[in-house]
Write a new protein. Structure first.
Lengths: 321, 52
């Protein structure tokens, strides 16, 4: 397998782009993707002070790394959550990375600075551990950014995270949340502007691996034949389809996104419709069967409802035990 | 692992190639890469811990 850019031996495939790259070209392409996303979403400008939230995992470390490579004024913020050995290892990895890159790092420890840790607070309060953790992070990130005079907070959420959130909000009918989901969230009083990255998890992990920063056909074939062979050998999976859907959703206007979400959840059998539509857009599936019947492109809403034997009421049914 | 392509090894293990990175001697390899009998590979799942 050859690198799409330099034709040298490839070491990583990026299925979403139907491409493969050698180490050097992959990192180049990765950097270009980041630059394009920053520009496209007007995330920040040269000279802005960026506070990047670091967990010690591959996503946030790769984000920090690439922003440093691109010459931005970026400082890491590590939040010690007090989750036993996990937090200790994450903290050590983060400090080692900062030392290696000679990068500025702010360390906040919940136990030391706020008098609690996440496991204890999760047990004592009325909120779930995940809710306490999320709220604590949000508060500490914003406070550290405001007190430190930073212009923007950057988090290492990747496109898979965004797709998962989008799917969850779609299933729960949370159209307001869908409208708010964006790679760049504007600042307001008490909240610093927040930006997230838009690269798939495997791309990010590949970059981390390439840089040692992880922690824990034949020429005679026609283009059509090559495409067919590729499709046959690499059937599209649901994750790929949904990631493409997430990219499209996140790039459009919030009101448009809300409208699209309304259409999805208002239709009968929203999940089937969602995946069928995205499979078609991704070009991987012409028709998909359900219940032994084939769905046709021009099928009306009523026909679809009949097809799925569903009621007209589009509200999700809830079961009460 | 035998004289086979990475893809064949992953097939035998029942692993979807899109969900893992395969590493040989500290370097990533693609699913088309041929492996020798003497090669040792690491199959690392691609997972995300969530925020930050």
């Amino acid at each position: 397998m050859k690198c799409n850019r330099c034709r040298g031996p490839a070491v990583i495939e990026v299925r979403r782009h139907n491409a493969a790259y050698c180490k050097g070209c992959f990192i180049h392409v990765f950097h270009e993707q980041v630059k394009r996303a920053i520009r496209q979403h007007d995330m920040f400008a040269e000279g802005d002070r960026i506070l990047v939230a670091i967990s010690g995992g591959k996503d946030s470390l790769a984000l920090w790394d690439v922003l440093l490579d691109l010459g931005y004024d970026v400082t890491g913020l590590y939040l010690g959550l007090g989750i036993g050995g996990y937090s200790d290892r994450s903290g050590d990895t983060t400090k080692a990375f900062a030392a290696e890159r000679d990068a500025e790092l702010i360390v906040v420890d919940l136990e030391r600075d706020y008098g609690y840790d996440i496991p204890t607070a999760g047990r004592k309060g009325s909120r779930s551990t995940c809710a306490v953790c999320g709220l604590s992070k949000r508060y500490v990130f914003n406070r550290a950014a405001l007190e430190g005079g930073f212009d923007v907070i950057a988090t290492g959420h990747n496109l898979d995270d965004e797709a998962a959130t989008l799917l969850g909000n779609t299933l729960r009918w949370q159209t307001e949340y869908i409208a708010r989901q964006s790679p760049a969230l504007p600042g307001k009083e008490g909240m610093v502007q927040t930006i997230e990255r838009q690269i798939r998890d495997d791309d990010r992990q590949g970059k981390a691996r390439q840089e040692g920063k992880e922690n824990h056909e034949a020429a005679t074939l026609t283009v059509k034949e090559r495409q067919w062979n590729h499709r046959r050998q690499n059937p599209p999976d649901v994750g790929d389809r949904f990631a493409k859907f997430a990219v499209r959703m996140l790039r459009c206007d919030p009101e448009e996104r809300k409208e699209e979400a309304h259409q999805i959840v208002s239709s009968p059998a929203p999940i089937d419709r969602l995946f069928i539509r995205n499979a078609r857009r991704a070009g991987g599936v012409r028709n998909q069967t359900s219940g032994g019947h084939e769905l046709e492109r021009g099928q009306s809403q009523a026909q679809r409802a009949e097809h799925y034997h569903l009621h007209e009421d589009p509200a999700p049914r809830r079961s009460i035990n | 692992v035998g004289d086979r392509a990475v893809r064949a090894v992953l097939d035998e293990l029942g692993v979807n190639p899109d969900t893992v990175l395969v590493i040989r001697a500290g370097e990533l390899v693609t699913r088309e890469t041929r492996l020798d009998d003497a090669d040792e590979i690491e199959v690392r799942p691609v997972i995300s811990g969530g925020a930050a």
